[in-house]
Ligand binder design. Structure first.
Ligand code: COA
Length: 137
């Protein structure tokens, strides 16, 4: 599934995204907000993640679906639906390279992906886990 807008493309991950993912996610401001305990995040970490992820999505009924956020040919972020229970619920998580923060990009991405997910998986609820330290922001 690919969603194209003027600002960005949402598309499935490819193994060749490893370098962009490693470069853009390797930022403590991002890592501390994700359920990822890896820092520094290196190319090999991105390759391990992508291999696992691509295998999971090949399954007949994958329990997750992710999109890469591509801008100018670069993978600059991602958004994923996880723990998908069709007809019921899924969780959502996302990150974006810092150079694109504060431009309303993720607001648009979340709207598109939640609209897609409610329809595709006939969901009643999409939820996100939050860190209490986000109160600081
Ligand atoms: C969260 C993140 C994706 C926001 O992307 P973005 O494109 O800059 O977001 P937007 O420009 O669409 O801003 C959306 C709103 O969220 C707010 N926001 C951004 N980061 C926030 C944070 N950590 N805590 C609380 N609010 C936050 C913005 O101030 C903005 O509010 P406004 O509409 O009232 O101005 C980006 O900061 C990021 O990758 N953070 C690290 C990973 C992360 O926290 N992921 C979310 C949890 S899974």
């Amino acid at each position: 599934m690919t969603i194209k807008t003027k600002e960005f493309i949402l598309r499935p991950y490819k193994m060749t995204d490893a370098q962009d993912v490693a470069r853009n996610i390797n930022d403590m401001a991002i890592i501390r907000c994700l359920a990822l305990n890896i820092y520094p995040y290196k190319l090999k970490d991105a390759k391990i993640f992508l291999k696992r992820h691509l295998l999971e999505e090949k399954k007949k009924n994958p329990d997750s679906q992710s999109f890469v956020i591509e801008i100018n040919g670069e993978a600059v972020g991602s958004i994923g639906l996880h723990k998908i229970v069709k007809g019921h619920k899924a969780s959502i998580g996302y990150w974006l390279a810092k150079k694109y923060w504060g431009q309303g990009i993720m607001t648009k991405v979340v709207k598109l992906v939640t609209a897609f997910a409610f329809k595709q998986y006939k969901l009643k609820r999409i939820y996100a886990r939050v860190y209490l330290f986000n109160m600081e922001n």
